[in-house]
Design a protein around this ligand. Structure first.
Ligand code: PLP
Length: 381
């Protein structure tokens, strides 16, 4: 099989397309499958667009505009009390752009990288595209869905072949948050074993009780990815960043010049406002927290939810008492009840046929409607 044939399609797209088809026919669908915020960006961002849109028609430096890199460095100081030189911050076209740079500049073809299962599906597809070998570690609620150093030790029994590992916290699809002690453990392990520690922190800020910590608090060798698509509610602006040790900046810059020329200019000019608007960001977090509280409490009565949803905007629910086929269950739920969710099988092979992912990226009223429909659907399932 050619390497591109190994890149898997997103099954949720099938659900989304089917939902659209039903909507065209006049059916009302509650969307709990969509992994992007329904909230607008900060009003300060929208105002700034009007002011700078005429200045935005040119490329910027390939590493991004200096003021934004400085503002991100300041954000790390304010939020985590870590000092990062802006020179180590690269602005990218979404975090997806950051992954392209990491996988192409820091790995040679054939080198291995470790991901978790379940996990965000694009990682392993990126690995395929850039000719890396993906290894997956099965995680479950015995470690609160955290990758731990003992998993990596165990993997050594099978292969010495991997160069780094990647974690997501808060995570997609489970919504768990890595504890400070696990991050410290992974940072120490990576340094001891000379591994690349890649931390996807795109859902930082969407944490409801538990604190989030950046991997950079524990090692300045970590590769930290973050962006504007989730907490900052700007997915269509296609903007992210990656923080790397200084020695990687130049090789990644060369790749960025060739792959992207520069990140989107207008987005960079306005993103500074998003980072500064603490009042709006607080509102965003409170909105998602209110939805999380409601949905978690209601869904817990219907499904087994093994790991409390601590962050991001997802709930990972076990459907075993109703079905052992999450794809069929999701299709039935859509067709019979008009509720769209993501089947677990999109996120890996580790018992994912027994889980579905709910996203609370719809208003509280819509979520309430969705819950009523799910209740009726389950009565006869
Ligand atoms: C865990 C995770 N990382 C990265 C991304 C990519 O986001 P973007 O390219 O919009 O920054 C997503 C999108 O859903 C995600 O869930």
């Amino acid at each position: 099989m050619g390497r591109i044939e190994k890149v898997s399609p997103f099954i949720v797209m099938e659900i989304l397309e089917k939902a659209k088809e039903l909507e065209k026919k006049g059916r009302d669908i509650v969307h709990m499958e969509i992994g992007e915020p329904d909230l607008p960006p900060s009003p300060r961002v929208l105002e700034k667009i009007e002011k700078v849109k005429k200045e935005a028609n040119h490329y910027t430096p390939s590493l991004g505009i200096w003021e934004l890199r400085e503002e991100i460095a300041y954000y790390y100081w304010r939020k985590y009390r870590v000092y990062i030189s802006p020179e180590r911050i690269l602005i990218t076209t979404g975090t997806s752009g950051a992954f392209s740079l990491i996988f192409s500049a820091l790995f040679e073809p054939g080198e291995g990288i470790v991901f978790t299962d379940p996990g965000y599906p694009c990682y392993k597809n990126f690995a395929q595209i850039y000719c890396l070998e993906p290894f997956t570690v099965q995680i479950d609620n015995s470690t609160n869905y955290e990758l731990r150093s003992f998993h990596l030790e165990e993997l050594k029994g099978y292969t010495e072949h991997y160069k780094g590992f990647l974690i997501t916290s808060p995570s997609n699809p489970v919504g768990n948050i890595y504890s400070k002690s696990t991050l410290k453990e992974l940072a120490n392990y990576a340094e001891k074993e000379d591994l690349l520690f890649i931390s996807d922190e795109i859902y930082h800020g969407l944490n409801y009780e538990k604190e989030v910590h950046t991997a950079l608090e524990f090692t300045d060798k970590a590769i930290v990815v973050n962006g504007f698509s989730k907490y900052f509610c700007m997915p269509g602006f296609r903007l992210g960043w990656v923080i790397v040790p200084k020695k990687y900046v130049r090789p990644m810059q060369i790749i960025a010049q060739n792959l992207f020329i520069s990140p989107p200019t207008l987005s960079q000019l306005v993103a500074i406002e998003a980072l500064r608007d603490d009042t709006y960001l607080k509102k965003v977090r409170n909105t998602f927290k209110e939805r999380r509280d409601y949905l978690y409490s209601e869904l817990s009565k219907l499904f087994k939810i093994e790991t409390p949803p601590e962050g991001a905007f997802y709930i990972w629910a076990n459907i075993e008492k109703y079905s052992k086929n999450s794809l069929k269950f999701a299709k039935d739920l859509l067709e019979k009840a008009g509720v769209a969710v993501t089947p677990g099988v999109d996120f890996g092979e580790n018992k994912t046929n027994l889980y579905i992912r709910f996203a609370y990226t719809a208003s509280l009223d819509r979520l309430k409607e969705g819950v009523e429909r799910i209740k009726r659907f389950l009565e006869n399932y």
